[in-house]
Design a binder for this molecule. Sequence first.
Ligand SMILES: [Zn+2]
Length: 234
Amino acid sequence: MSRIGRHNEAHLVARIGWLRAAVLGANDGIVSTASLIVGVAAAPGARPSEVMLAGIAGLVAGAMSMAAGEYVSVSSQSDTEEADLARERRELAADPEAEHAELAAIYQARGLEPATAREVARQLMAHDPLTAHARDELGISEVTAARPIQAALTSAATFSTGAAAPLVLAGLTPAGQTEPVVSIGSLIFLAVLGALGARTGGAGMLRAAARVTFWGALAMAATAGIGRLVGTAV
Ligand SMILES: [Zn+2]
């Protein structure tokens, strides 16, 4: 029986590394919750309890939406991979000759001599036919998903961690100061996180920090503007 290597990491985590996935989740949490808080706080006459309620609702809604999205995405990727592997297993059982020729053709297309390609295909299929076909024909090197619940919980947790930062700031800030304190504080969190994420990915820290700070500032400016407009109108 053939084995395809399994690992425990969640979907997004498997793709980009756990620290960067955590940074991105936290980033989402900060931007959306801070924007929500700033937007509500910008409405004239907004009470501190209303601002906090909006922030808490934003945390819960965002965490649930991240969890649901990740669950669906991981599940469907997992289903697709399982179906591909099942089909490949059937084909290998039904017509090993054709499968050998198929694999040899793949290696030949990658630059091996025809005789070498046939020999490589023969040896790899003797060793582990399903893994050879999964990797070189389907492009599946490991079964990535299989843990949609874990992926969902990871996303919800990283989002909530990020969302907690502006929420705590809002809770500690005296009424009337919420807008500047939450927006400036959140931009600092974003810059630090952006630099950290870039550092782990080997990219430029300053540019990454500037990028997330820019988009965060834009999001908060937009919701503050809307909060002020709508808050004045109602
Ligand atoms: Zn095949």
